[in-house]
Ligand binder design. Structure first.
Ligand code: SF4
Length: 340
């Protein structure tokens, strides 16, 4: 594991999370300047800035080793010329979610659970994202549209768990989240609220007092934090996770297996160990969803199975994530074989 760059750790009291988000680096030139990288050592990236714009906040960038073009955190946010290659078998909607949306912004494809696109915005743009082509502008929901999604949940008594996703739901203001969570809490059949977010890792200050105060409710709150490499989990992130745990939140992680980032047994084992130090249990290791523009991150099922076999040998069972792939139309995630 590479050493984290501790020189640029952001003073947690200096700027609000909103200021840190609005100050995120949004161009290739800015990224290169901040990270001491030579712009002319990368081909083709300028063409990508409009297709899936760069967003990379400083607290995340501060964990990248300056001057290293292969840093595993950098590769998650740096556009590559390979994104311009059209790959057979890859699509703009690899999970065919558009077919599972009975109400705008709500996806109901698994029994007992619905996913609500709570926010169209993210605090970071991950180059491997399976929703990189999702029509967020069309799904930027107003309160009355969220109310329609709530009405759908109310009329479906089998829905017991609500998943807030996006985008990143924690880009919403605390006051809006308070309204939304309160409305979900009032649906008697709902017992669990799951929040899928990268924000507590990307900008730890997002977990402010206001957010912590609105989380406790009669619902079980599960937060899935989407971390792919141990270097993402610095001491600021660890302190934030401890605050969430103290607030009664169950913390889980799901990762994506990404070539060049974490497709190595030692790196995966270090990720699980560091997650546990931060109070987070590894949950899923996903194979990449075949989204156009991300094929250069793909690792084969065979390689993934071999990696997991090596990981199993060095970790206790509770730190071994389940290797899965999501298949369109399947009733659940598909577990994949581990090659032993
Ligand atoms: S939805 Fe998640 S994975 Fe996709 S860009 Fe946003 S934060 Fe990254």
């Amino acid at each position: 594991m590479k050493h984290q760059n501790t020189l640029n750790i952001v003073d947690r009291t200096e700027h609000s999370w909103q200021q840190q988000l609005s100050g995120a680096r949004r161009s290739f030139a800015e990224l290169c300047t901040f990270l001491d990288l030579a712009e002319d050592s990368f081909d083709g990236v300028m063409k990508l800035e409009k297709q899936f714009p760069i967003i990379a906040p400083d607290p995340y960038l501060s964990r990248i080793v300056k001057g290293d073009p292969r840093d595993p955190l950098l590769l998650q946010v740096l556009p590559q010329a390979a994104e311009l290659i059209s790959t057979p078998g890859y699509s703009d909607d690899p999970l065919e979610e558009a077919n599972a949306s009975p109400v705008q912004g709500l996806i109901h494809k698994y029994h007992g659970r619905v996913l609500l696109v709570a926010s169209a915005a993210c605090a970071i743009h991950c180059r491997y994202c399976f929703r990189r082509h999702f029509p967020y502008q069309e799904n930027r929901l107003q309160r009355n549209q969220h109310q329609q999604a709530l009405d759908y949940m109310a009329s479906n008594s089998d829905v017991q768990e609500v998943i807030l996703s996006g985008g990143d739901p924690l880009t919403l203001s605390n006051s809006y989240l308070s309204w939304l969570i309160q409305a979900i809490t009032e649906l008697p059949q709902i017992h669990t609220l799951r929040i899928h977010t990268r924000l507590p890792i990307v900008i730890p200050d997002r977990v402010d007092e206001g957010l912590l105060e609105l989380l406790p409710s009669r619902l079980k709150i599960v937060m899935v934090v989407h971390c792919n490499h141990a270097n993402e989990l610095d001491e600021n992130v660890k302190a934030t996770m401890e605050q969430l745990t103290s607030a009664g939140v169950t913390l889980l992680n799901q990762s994506v297996l990404l070539k060049g980032v974490n497709d190595d047994a030692a790196v995966l084992a270090q990720l699980s160990q560091r997650l546990f130090e931060c109070g987070i249990l590894p949950y899923y290791l996903h194979l990449l969803d075949p989204v156009q523009g991300a094929a250069h991150f793909d690792a084969s099922e065979k390689k993934a199975g071999n990696l997991m076999a090596a990981v199993i040998k060095v970790l206790p069972g509770y730190l071994v994530p389940r290797l899965v792939r999501e298949r369109p139309g399947a009733a659940s995630k598909t577990p994949l074989p581990v090659v032993t």
